[in-house]
Design a binder for this molecule. Structure first.
Ligand code: HEC
Length: 112
């Protein structure tokens, strides 16, 4: 488990590096290119159910367009409870997608 966490952090650092390199050209854009870069750098994680896997998928495809894909573990559940409804609006998610992403995020931070 610790090793998995380490791997996650390493890849996250790598992601930040690559974002630094690309940030010059994509500073103001919610461009698909940015989220593609983020997506490619994202770790594959094992989820115990298809629902959570779908939440993870939605998280990656909806939450990295405007800013870098945030590390779920950087925020507490209490913080996410404030952030997620706000960001769901930003990302124009429907209620089902929001629920799916929330379930995933809460599951993920419980793995800490
Ligand atoms: C349309 C653009 C946009 C989309 C899409 C978007 N965000 Fe954000 N996000 C922002 C902006 C702008 C901020 C910084 C201002 C703020 O905190 O309101 C932000 C800030 C954040 C923060 C930091 C909040 C804090 O208090 O430090 C987190 C975490 C976050 N977003 C997560 C997400 C997640 C998860 C999704 C997907 C559901 C998402 N964002 C989708 C625009 C977006």
């Amino acid at each position: 488990m610790d090793q998995q966490k380490l791997k996650f952090n390493q890849q996250n650092n790598m992601k930040n590096l690559i974002l630094l390199v690309t940030i010059g050209s994509t500073l103001f854009a919610c461009s698909p290119k940015t989220s593609e870069v983020v997506k490619l750098q994202r770790t594959t994680i094992m989820t115990p159910s298809a629902d959570l896997a779908q939440g993870f998928e939605l998280y990656q495809s909806n939450c990295g367009g405007c800013h870098e894909l945030k590390n779920e573990l950087d925020y507490s559940k209490e913080q996410w409870q404030v952030i997620l409804p706000k960001m769901a609006k930003e990302a124009h998610l429907d209620a089902k997608q929001e629920k799916s992403i929330s379930n995933y995020v809460y599951w993920r931070i419980n793995q800490k």
